[in-house]
Structure formats: structure tokens, C-alpha cells
Design a protein around this ligand. Structure first.
Ligand code: PAF
Length: 295
């Protein structure tokens, strides 16, 4: 496996890949088992002949002025070992100056899906994500790209970007990898104090309680959200809810009733650490929106 830092090296690698299938896993590093799972899935997609590229870049454009850009963990050596073990062929780990020209003046703006959920309290975040992901798609020219479903809103927005800007690739949404107690894996879990960590599994449990209520026949959003809210109040008293919403899984707009499919998503602060999670509500005959093919 190669580790490269320069755009020119990446372009040369892509040229030499020729017609081989290239699968991209975009990350910001500090890789945990969830990322490793993405790399393994990418390896499976690429098969024996194809190539798996992982980008490791803490993208300054997607952090707000009060967010944790400076303290975001950077651990390239450990990340490289994990990627290699999971079957990656290449890591692209550029410096910010390699990615963004000092006088850059063009970004990608998403004007609908990014206004809700995480986007409501993180203005500009998804524009930063779209901009860097578009650049990575242009540089890697992948046939496929894999993203985790924990960041469901990110996946929905990138899916929209791929459709609206005609990127010729297939997107794959991969199920969230969890700790044994149900907490979604995240690079931010390490910031939790022990008593916060003990309460954090309540996020997924609250979502599951709401889904069980839905499966039991209750379809009104108000009642379903109340089930989750009460669970959090009881089992995660240290958590402060940033949002708890029930939305359409593609448009991400709030829904009043969930007939066939919906997405319940939440963000909860434990101190300064903000955790997110979600759950899909889907009747079994309704197909998952996990894969998006190019037009
Ligand atoms: O999900 C992430 O780690 C980032 O948002 C991404 C997609 C790598 C873009 O910086």
C-alpha cells in the first residue's frame, strides 16, 4: 500500500490504474472499526483486480469557527496500518494547502437538504463537505464511493450532488458499525467522560424504542418523537438534545406521519461532544436507498 500526499502523485496513480475499478473511501482519519468496515466493503466491491483508495484529510472547510478542527485527532501512522490490514491500495493524505488554493473562490452550495438536522446548527458544514468530496471525486475518478449511514444526512446530500452534478459513479451507503452496547462508533466517542460514555448507548435505544412503537402501529411523528424523548430523559440525563426529528429519508423534510418509510435522527451534546445517530423506519416491502447508480 502506498501513502501519498501530493495531487500530482494521485493523478499519476489514477492514470496507471487505467480501466481497473477504483473504489474510494473518503475519511478524515482517526480511523475506528466503522471506517475499517468501510475499507473492507470497498475491497469487496473492488474485487481482486480493482483498487481501493482512502483519502485522509481533516477538511477545514466543513468546520465552523467554534468547532473542533484544531483538536480533531490526526494519527496517520496508525490509520495507514489499519487501511493496509483492511485491504486498501492507496492512502491520499494531503495538507490543506495542497487541496485549497489560497485564493480559492468557488464552493459547492447545497440549498435544501442541508438546511435541516445537523445543517440547522452547522451553517456551511455541508457546503464544505460537498466541496471537498467533489474535489476528491474529480481527483480519484472512482467507479464507486462508500459512505457510512451514521452520517445519513451527509450521504443524502452527496447522493443529491452526484445526481445534480452528474458524477459518473455509484454511491454505497454502509450500515453503521456499533460498540457491543449499541453506541455508534465515532472518532468523537473518545472525548466522553466515563459517566457520559455510560449514558451514550441511550441514543440508539431511544431510537429503537420509537421504531418498536411505530412497528406496533403508532404512525404519528409527535407520539414517536415523544417516546424517544422520554427514553433520553430517563436514561441519558447528562445529554442535551440538539435535535430529534422524524424526516423523509430522501428529502430530509419533517413528516407528520410515517406510513411506509421515515428516518428518525438525533444529535445530543454530552458536554462539548456532539454525538449523532439515526434509525430507518421501513416496511419490509419498501426497498432500502442504500445504492445510487449513475444515470
Ligand atoms: O464523513 C467524513 O469523514 C467527512 O465528512 C468526509 C466525507 C470525509 C468529507 O470530509
Amino acid at each position: 500500500m502506498k501513502v501519498i500526499h501530493k495531487v500530482a502523485e494521485l493523478r499519476a496513480w489514477r492514470r496507471s490504474a487505467g480501466t481497473k475499478r477504483v473504489v474510494l473511501v473518503p475519511t478524515m482519519g482517526a480511523l475506528h472499526e466503522g471506517h475499517v468496515h468501510l475499507v473492507r466493503m470497498a475491497r469487496e466491491l473492488a474485487g481482486g483486480e480493482g483498487l481501493v483508495g482512502v483519502s485522509i484529510f481533516v477538511n477545514p472547510l466543513q468546520f465552523g469557527p467554534k468547532e473542533d478542527f484544531a483538536r480533531y485527532p490526526r494519527e496517520l501512522q496508525a490509520d495507514a496500518a489499519k487501511c493496509e490490514a483492511a485491504g486498501a491500495d492507496l492512502i491520499f493524505a494531503p495538507e490543506a494547502a495542497e487541496v485549497y488554493a489560497p485564493d480559492r473562490s468557488i464552493i459547492i452550495l447545497e440549498k435544501s437538504l442541508s438546511q435541516v438536522l445537523c445543517g440547522a446548527s452547522r451553517p456551511g458544514h455541508f457546503d464544505g463537505v460537498c466541496t471537498v468530496v467533489a474535489k476528491l471525486f474529480n481527483l480519484f475518478q472512482p467507479d464507486d464511493a462508500v459512505f457510512g449511514k451514521k452520517d445519513f444526512q451527509q450521504l443524502a446530500i452527496i447522493r443529491r450532488m452526484v445526481r445534480d452534478l452528474d458524477f459518473p459513479l455509484t454511491l454505497h451507503g454502509i450500515a453503521t458499525v456499533r460498540e457491543p452496547d449499541g453506541l455508534a462508533m465515532s472518532s468523537r466517542n473518545r472525548y466522553l467522560a466515563p459517566e457520559e460514555r455510560a449514558q451514550a448507548p441511550a441514543l440508539q435505544q431511544a431510537l429503537q424504542a420509537a421504531r418498536a412503537t411505530w412497528e406496533g402501529g403508532v404512525t404519528g411523528s409527535k407520539q414517536l418523537l415523544e417516546v424517544a424523548r422520554q427514553h433520553l430523559a430517563l436514561h441519558a440525563p447528562l445529554g442535551k438534545i440538539d435535535y430529534l426529528s422524524l424526516v423523509h429519508p430522501e428529502t430530509l423534510q419533517p413528516v407528520n406521519v410515517v406510513a411506509c418509510s421515515g428516518l428518525m435522527a438525533l444529535a445530543v451534546f454530552f458536554g462539548k461532544t456532539r454525538l449523532i445517530d439515526n434509525i430507518e423506519l421501513r416496511r419490509s416491502e419498501d426497498s432500502p436507498v442504500a445504492q445510487t447508480q449513475p444515470r
